[in-house]
Design a protein around this ligand. Structure first.
Ligand SMILES: C[S@@+](CC[C@H](N)C(=O)[O-])C[C@H]1O[C@@H](n2cnc3c(N)ncnc32)[C@H](O)[C@@H]1O
Ligand SMILES: [Zn+2]
Length: 306
């Protein structure tokens, strides 16, 4: 198994995608290539995207070492998947997978600045060609805006206190590293909170979501990919926290619903037609969680194109 990232809900994903030999499959979040390798080993032709160049290079190396063929890896945001498929002259696809969030490799590299467990410059960019870093957010956003993102993206109940402390400290000197920020969060939150898990966890999640725009336009990106699925093709999405899971659930529900009119209307005026049906929702087994604690918060949702 790759040390870069252990794929979560692997068997469930492979069963859901039901890969057909020669079928074309999109993996929008390549990472260490675990799920993608599963698609290749089952005879699928793979188009895989990641916005992190390191993920592309790592997976390319992995597939080359294993003499696997039939893949095209593109450094791209999956929000642009339709354009990538157009550029490759691919019309409709036989299945798609998104495994949202960050890879273990990204978290475990101190210099990527994702983790409060290692010291590194506040960065948190998945795509290192993008402009905005966590340093820019922490040192540049107003107190109100910081409070809002910590609350909205971290569901952090001490958002106001933490934001106020950040603004006070950064007047003395900029907050440059993950550990500086983590210490400051400890300082600004009560002792009892520290016993409920790491006090910086929610703030770091919120900053990561903000830096990478993880929730913005996710619904549209899912709809765009769903629009490229052939009849009977499956779309599987793994999420790791309630905010992104809610978006996936609602978007899938919309794709699988006929009329979306207000219930009070006597007749349908929307003419909305379902284009897919719900297949299921899956959680990791106890055995998987025992082997890989990062699986604990994962949820897999699957739809099938009509
Ligand atoms: C959880 S990992 C995927 C792991 C992969 N399934 C495997 O088996 O190794 C998520 C990956 O998706 C990438 N990613 C997250 N959001 C993305 C986006 N909007 N567009 C492209 N890649 C994205 C991250 O850079 C990361 O490498
Ligand atoms: Zn209607």
């Amino acid at each position: 198994m790759s040390e870069y990232h252990v794929p979560v809900l692997f068997n469930e994903c492979m069963a859901a995608l039901d890969v057909k030999k020669g079928g074309v499959y999109l993996d929008g979040t390549l990472g260490g290539g675990g799920h993608s390798e599963g698609i290749l080993l089952r005879g699928g032709t793979l188009i895989a995207l990641d916005r992190d160049q390191e993920a592309i290079e790592e997976s390319e190396k992995r597939f080359r070492e294993k003499s696997l063929g039939g893949y095209t890896l593109v450094k791209s945001n999956f929000h642009d998947a339709a354009k990538v498929l157009d550029d490759l002259n691919i019309g409709c696809i036989d299945g798609a997978l998104l495994d949202l969030g960050i890879s273990s490799h990204q978290i475990d590299q101190p210099q990527r600045g994702f983790s409060y467990r290692f010291d590194g410059r506040l960065d948190m960019r998945m795509d290192r060609d993008s402009a905005k870093t966590a340093y820019d957010v922490v040192n540049g956003y107003s107190e109100e805006k910081l409070t809002e993102i910590l609350f909205k993206y971290g569901e952090e109940k001490f958002a106001k206190k933490i934001a106020a402390c950040i603004v006070r400290e950064r007047k003395v000197k900029p907050i440059s590293t993950t550990l500086e920020l983590s210490e400051l969060i400890k300082k600004s939150t009560p002792q009892f909170y520290h016993r409920q898990g790491h006090p910086a966890k929610k703030t770091f999640q919120a900053l990561r979501i903000e830096v990478n725009g993880e929730l913005e336009g996710l619904d549209k990106a899912i709809e765009d990919i769903a629009a490229r699925l052939k009849s009977k093709a499956r779309f599987a999405i793994i999420t790791f926290h309630s905010l992104e899971d809610r978006i996936v659930k609602q978007t899938f529900r919309l794709l699988c619903t006929d009329c979306i009119c207000d219930k009070s209307l006597p007749v349908c005026v929307c003419n909305h037609k379902a284009t897919a049906k719900l297949i299921g929702k899956y959680k990791p087994t106890e055995e998987e969680i025992a082997l890989n604690s990062r699986a604990a918060s994962a949820t897999l949702r699957v739809i099938e194109k009509l």
